[in-house]
Design a protein around this ligand. Structure first.
Ligand code: 5RP
Length: 274
């Protein structure tokens, strides 16, 4: 791996743990103004200092993130279809590597849709992006997307999708946590981070997901709704960081969350925009 690529990976996967808590706020690229992300500038501003990386599109980056920010950027570069379509897999590359370099991003991300109608197209998108990323020294994250078919998220399917992504050259793979997750990690020779998916029923369930993923070998999280749809997103991020970076238990994480709440961390609705 060249110096630039290694430097960017090191900024995202931070020493000493070598893990990462990435904050995903790219949902609007196909979902529009999702709940609690309607005013994305107001949502992101208080969270940014607590995330190792923020994942978003170039439009939101240019409009909503101050250029003085030091949080590494994971730039979503695929899209072209919205939730109004039944088949979400018909994606293209929507942002050039040249623009990603101009934005000084730490990595780019695209979705791959294994088993979906546009599987081939999405995997070819990945291969081209990896060629461009290698040229520019910018790592590529493949996101094993399932579109509306959330039930696809089992170890057999995810192991296949992650391995195929790594074989094509993805430097990082984002996938879902599942029963038997260690099999997914075992079969994927590049770092895996885990998405949260739709909002879970309890804080404990979110922390259990994070703990289970890291215990099974994930290198961290790239999580959205279970952070910013939480009533207490900053405490939630702090609790997740303790699990991902400091080997905290779920109980430790809950204690951090409760302690932060007791100290009066403001719910997101009360946070002021940047
Ligand atoms: C949107 C994405 C999200 O970044 C990813 O799903 C993580 O967010 P969440 O934790 O809300 O699932 O790829 O397409």
């Amino acid at each position: 791996m060249d110096w630039g690529m290694r430097n960017r990976m090191g900024r995202m996967f931070r020493a000493p743990s070598g893990n990462s808590v990435m904050l995903a706020v790219d949902h609007g690229y196909f979902m529009g103004p999702t709940r609690k992300l309607e005013n994305i500038r107001a949502t992101v501003a208080p969270l940014l200092p607590h995330a190792d990386v923020v994942g978003l599109t170039r439009g939101v980056l240019r409009a909503c993130v101050p250029p003085e920010s030091t949080t590494p950027i994971l730039l979503r570069v695929s899209g072209g279809v919205t939730v109004l379509q039944e088949d979400l897999s018909d994606e293209a590359i929507t942002t050039s590597m040249h623009d990603a370099a101009r934005l000084n991003v730490s990595a780019v991300a695209l979705s791959v849709f294994v088993g979906a109608p546009h599987e081939h197209q999405s995997l070819v998108n990945l291969s081209k992006l990896v060629d461009d990323g290698e040229d520019a020294g910018i790592p590529v994250m493949a996101i094993t997307a399932v579109g509306k078919e959330l039930e696809k998220r089992d170890a057999r399917y995810l192991a296949l999708a992650c391995r195929v992504s790594a074989e094509i050259g993805a430097h990082i793979v984002k996938t879902y946590y599942c029963d038997g997750f260690s099999k997914v990690v075992e079969g994927c020779p590049v770092p895996i981070v885990v998405a949260g998916g739709p909002k879970l029923d309890s804080d404990r369930a979110v922390l259990e997901l994070a703990h289970g993923a890291v215990a099974a070998g994930a290198r961290g999280l790239d999580m959205g709704r279970n952070i910013w749809q939480s009533e207490h997103p900053v405490p939630m991020l702090k609790a997740l960081r303790a699990i991902v970076h400091d080997k905290a238990t779920v109980r430790d994480g809950l204690d951090i969350l409760e302690g932060e709440k007791a100290r009066g961390a403001r719910p997101l609705a009360a946070a002021s925009p940047a």
